[in-house]
Design a protein around this ligand. Structure first.
Ligand SMILES: *[C@@H]1O[C@H](CO)[C@@H](O)[C@H](O)[C@H]1NC(C)=O
Ligand SMILES: *[C@@H]1O[C@H](CO)[C@@H](O)[C@H](O)[C@H]1NC(C)=O
Ligand SMILES: *[C@@H]1O[C@H](CO)[C@@H](O)[C@H](O)[C@H]1NC(C)=O
Ligand SMILES: *[C@@H]1O[C@H](CO)[C@@H](O)[C@H](O)[C@H]1NC(C)=O
Ligand SMILES: *[C@@H]1O[C@H](CO)[C@@H](O)[C@H](O)[C@H]1NC(C)=O
Ligand SMILES: *[C@@H]1O[C@H](CO)[C@@H](O)[C@H](O)[C@H]1NC(C)=O
Ligand SMILES: *[C@@H]1O[C@H](CO)[C@@H](O)[C@H](O)[C@H]1NC(C)=O
Length: 581
C-alpha cells in the first residue's frame, strides 16, 4: 500500500511544472572571490587564511540556515539557504551539497529557486522527511505575492540519481497557508521533519506567532499534501512572540543511539523541542503526550534566559536528522561571521556550519550532550601526547608540534582539591556572559580559570581563551565555561563577546573535567564536560595571517590542576565544496 501511494505521489509530481529558469550551477571551478591570491603578509580581512578548512561552507557567498538534512540511499545531503549573488543575505536559493562521510562535501546544482506562486518572493527554510516507499520529500517556507508565509513541498525528479540533483514543485503548492484564528501571516515558517502519530497520520510543526505569542503549530496529513491544522499547538509559550526553526525529536536517557521519530518510540524515551530565538537555539526536554497530541516540558522556566541552549556561542537555526546508517541523531547549526557586512562583502563569503555533532540525552534526562561526529577524526594528523602535567597558578604550557591554526585538542583537567571552590550565586544563571566578561582568564579564582589559550600571537596581544571555573552550590558543583573573544583580535570593528554558560557537575564521581576544542582558522568550537556545554565562536586574529599562532594550556586559579592526559592533532583540510586536488 505504501508503495502504491508513493507512486501516486510521484506521478502527481511528474505532471507539474518543473523549476523555471536557468540553474546557476555552483561551480567548483569558478574561483571564489576569497580565492584571490593574497600573499602571506597580507593581513587584511580578505585573507584566505580566515577560510575554515574543515567546517561546512559554500564555495563562496552567503549562507545561513541549514535545510533538510538527511541520509538517503548511502548519501548525506546538506541543503542550505544560499545567496548566489553575494556575501550578505538576499536572493536566497537552496544550495545543495552531498557527502558520504559528513566531512568531505561535493557541491551539486541548487535544489530550489523561487518562482512559483507559493514562493514567488523567496524559498526559505524547511526540512526533509522520508516517506513510505523510500521517497524523500521536502517541505519549506515560501513568500507568496501578498508577502504571506506559506508552506510548499518538493519531490526529487529522479530517485535513481544518487545525488537527487533535481527537485520538482507539484502544482498543488502551497500546501499550507497562514489561515485560522490568531495567525500573523508574516510569522509562519520553518516546518519540521514529519513524524507519524499513533493514528498513522503525518504530523509537522511550524514556527508561528499566534495571538501575538510564539507557537510550534501542529498539522496532520494523510499524504503530506493535504494538511489540517490541529486545534492546539504542539507547544506554545506566551513569554516570547515568535519561534523560528522548530526541531522535534525523541531521545533515550543515557543512550547515544538516535531515534527515528516515525518509528515506535521505546519506553522511557523523552522528547525534545528546539526553537530558535534571540540569536540562540534553545530547547525543552519533556514528553510527547500521545493522547493530547502535545509536547509537555518537564520544567517550565518563565524567564527565557534560563532555557537550555544547544550552543552557548554563535550558533543558530540548527536542524537535526536521524542517521539511519549509524543509528545516531546528528545536528548542525549556522555560525555567522563576527566581522562587519563590509568585511563580508570584501571577503566574498560569509557563514559556516558548526561541525556535524552526534546529539543524545544525559543519563539523568536533564540535558542534551553533543560530540563531533567520529568521522571528523579521519582528519587528525601527527598526534602529540602529554601526560601528568601539573598547572600551578599562573602557569602557561605551550602545546607545540602541530598546526595550531588547524587543530583538534582534547585535554582533561583534574583538581588537586575542591576546598577552594567559591560559592555559586544562582542569580548568575540569567547572564553567564556577564560572568565570563567580568571573570576573564586573568582574574584569579579559587578553582579556575583553567583551560586553553588558542590562536594567540607571539606577544599575546591577541588570544582567545576557553576556560572553566568551578563553584560550589548547595549539593553540587556548578561549572562556568567561557569562550572569551575580548582579546581575540587587534582588528577593530569585530563582535567580540565573552560567550559562556553553566553546567552541573558531579565532581566527586567524575573527577575529570574534559575540554575538546576544534580550532579551524576563524572558528573555535569547544565541547566542555564531555559535551555538556558547547560554544562555537568566530575570531579573526591578525596573527593568523601575519605570523604563527600559538596554543597553550593554562591555569590562573589558586588550586593546582593536573592534566592527566592531553592529546592534540593537526587537522587536514577537508574537501568542502571545492574542487579536488
Ligand atoms: C542574481 O542577480 C541577477 C542580476 O541582478 C538577477 O538577475 C538574478 O535573478 C539574481 N539571482 C537570484 C537567485 O535572485
Ligand atoms: C535518472 O538517474 C539515473 C542515474 O543517474 C540515470 O541513469 C537516468 O538516466 C535518469 N533518468 C532520467 C529520466 O533522467
Ligand atoms: C506580525 O508580525 C510582524 C513582524 O514581527 C509585526 O510587525 C506585525 O505587527 C505583526 N502583525 C500583527 C497583526 O500582529
Ligand atoms: C483533506 O483532508 C481533509 C481531512 O482529512 C478532508 O476532509 C478533505 O476532503 C481532504 N481534501 C482533499 C482535497 O483531499
Ligand atoms: C501565559 O501562560 C501561562 C501558562 O500557560 C498562563 O497561566 C497565563 O495566564 C498566560 N498569560 C497570558 C497573558 O496569556
Ligand atoms: C550574527 O552576528 C552578529 C554579530 O556580528 C550577531 O549580533 C547576530 O546576532 C548573529 N546571529 C544571527 C543569528 O544573526
Ligand atoms: C593569568 O593572570 C595574569 C595576571 O592577571 C595575566 O597577566 C595572564 O594573562 C593570565 N593568563 C591568561 C592565560 O589569561
Amino acid at each position: 500500500m505504501a508503495q502504491a501511494w508513493a507512486f501516486a505521489l510521484l506521478a502527481l509530481c511528474y505532471v507539474c511544472s518543473s523549476i523555471n529558469g536557468e540553474r546557476s550551477f555552483l561551480s567548483t571551478r569558478d574561483p571564489a572571490a576569497a580565492d584571490d591570491s593574497d600573499s602571506d603578509s597580507d593581513s587584511s580581512i580578505v585573507s584566505r587564511k580566515y577560510r575554515t578548512a574543515y567546517h561546512f561552507q559554500a564555495p563562496k557567498n552567503w549562507i545561513n540556515d541549514p535545510n533538510g538534512p538527511m541520509y538517503y540511499n548511502g548519501i548525506y545531503h546538506s541543503f542550505y539557504q544560499y545567496n548566489p549573488n553575494g556575501s550578505i543575505w538576499g536572493d536566497i536559493i537552496w544550495g545543495h551539497s552531498v557527502s558520504t562521510d559528513l566531512v568531505n562535501w561535493i557541491a551539486v546544482e541548487p535544489a530550489l529557486e523561487k518562482g512559483s506562486p507559493g514562493d514567488i518572493l523567496g524559498c526559505w527554510t524547511g526540512s526533509a522527511t522520508i516517506l513510505p516507499g523510500n521517497i524523500p520529500v521536502i517541505i519549506y517556507t515560501g513568500g507568496d505575492k501578498d508577502d504571506r508565509q506559506v508552506q510548499n513541498v518538493v519531490l526529487p525528479k529522479n530517485l535513481s540519481d544518487p545525488y537527487l540533483r533535481e527537485w520538482i514543485k507539484p502544482a498543488n503548492n502551497p500546501v499550507l497557508q497562514p489561515v485560522g484564528p490568531g495567525f500573523n501571516e508574516s510569522q509562519f515558517r520553518d516546518p519540521t521533519t514529519g513524524w507519524i502519530g499513533p493514528d498513522g497520520l503525518w504530523r509537522i510543526a511550524i514556527g508561528a506567532e499566534v495571538n501575538g505569542y510564539s507557537a510550534a503549530v501542529l498539522y496532520k496529513s494523510e499524504d503530506f499534501l493535504n494538511w489540517t491544522r490541529v486545534d492546539h499547538p504542539l507547544y506554545s509559550s506566551n513569554t516570547t512572540n515568535m519561534w523560528e526553526c522548530p526541531d522535534f525529536f525523541a531521545v533515550l536517557p543515557g543512550n547515544k543511539g538516535g531515534l527515528d521519530l516515525s518509528a515506535p518510540i521505546p519506553n522511557g524515551a523523552k522528547h525534545v523541542l528546539k526553537v530558535s530565538l534571540d540569536s540562540r537555539d534553545k530547547y525543552f526536554i519533556g514528553v510527547y503526550d500521545l493522547k493530547r497530541d502535545a509536547f509537555e516540558p518537564d520544567t517550565i522556566e518563565d524567564d527565557r534566559r534560563l532555557w537550555l541552549k544547544i550552543d552557548y556561542g554563535n550558533c543558530y537555526a540548527s536542524k537535526s536528522f536521524f542517521d539511519s546508517k549509524n543509528g545516531r541523531r546528528i545536528i548542525w547549526g549556522w555560525a555567522n561571521e563576527s566581522d562587519s557586512d563590509a568585511d563580508d562583502i570584501a571577503k566574498g563569503w560569509a557563514g559556516i556550519y558548526a561541525m556535524a555533532r552526534t546529539i543524545w540525552l544525559d543519563n539523568d534526562g536533564k540535558q542534551l550532550l553533543q560530540w563531533p561526529v567520529e568521522e571528523v577524526e579521519t582528519l587528525r594528523r601527527n598526534e602529540i601526547n602529554h601526560q601528568g602535567l601539573e598547572l600551578n597558578k599562573g602557569d602557561l604550557f605551550e602545546i607545540e608540534g602541530i598546526d595550531t591554526a588547524q587543530a583538534d585538542v582534547e585535554i582533561d583537567f583534574e583538581l588537586t582539591s575542591i576546598d577552594d571552590a567559591e560559592p555559586f550565586d544562582p542569580s548568575w544563571l540569567v547572564d553567564p556572559e556577564k560572568q565570563c566578561r567580568e571573570a576573564g582568564a586573568s582574574v584569579h579564582g579559587g578553582i579556575g580559570p583553567f583551560g586553553l589559550v588558542v590562536l594567540a600571537s607571539g606577544d599575546m596581544k591577541e588570544h582567545t581563551d576557553v576556560h572553566f571555573r568551578v563553584y560550589k552550590s548547595e549539593q553540587k558543583y556548578m561549572i562556568l565555561m567561557c569562550s572569551d573573544l575580548g582579546r581575540s583580535s587587534v582588528r577593530p570593528g569585530l563582535y567580540t563577546p565573552a560567550y559562556g554558560g553553566f553546567f552541573e557537575f558531579d565532581l566527586e564521581k567524575e573527577k575529570k573535567i574534559s575540554l575538546r576544542t576544534l580550532i579551524d582558522r576563524s572558528a573555535v568550537e569547544s565541547f566542555g564536560g564531555g559535551g555538556r556545554l558547547c560554544i562555537i565562536a568566530r575570531v579573526y586574529p591578525v596573527a593568523l595571517v601575519d605570523e604563527r599562532v600559538h596554543l597553550y594550556a593554562f591555569n590562573n586559579g589558586s588550586t593546582t590542576v593536573r592534566v592527566p592526559q592531553l592529546k592534540a592533532w593537526s587537522m587536514a583540510t577537508a574537501q568542502v565544496n571545492v574542487k579536488k586536488g
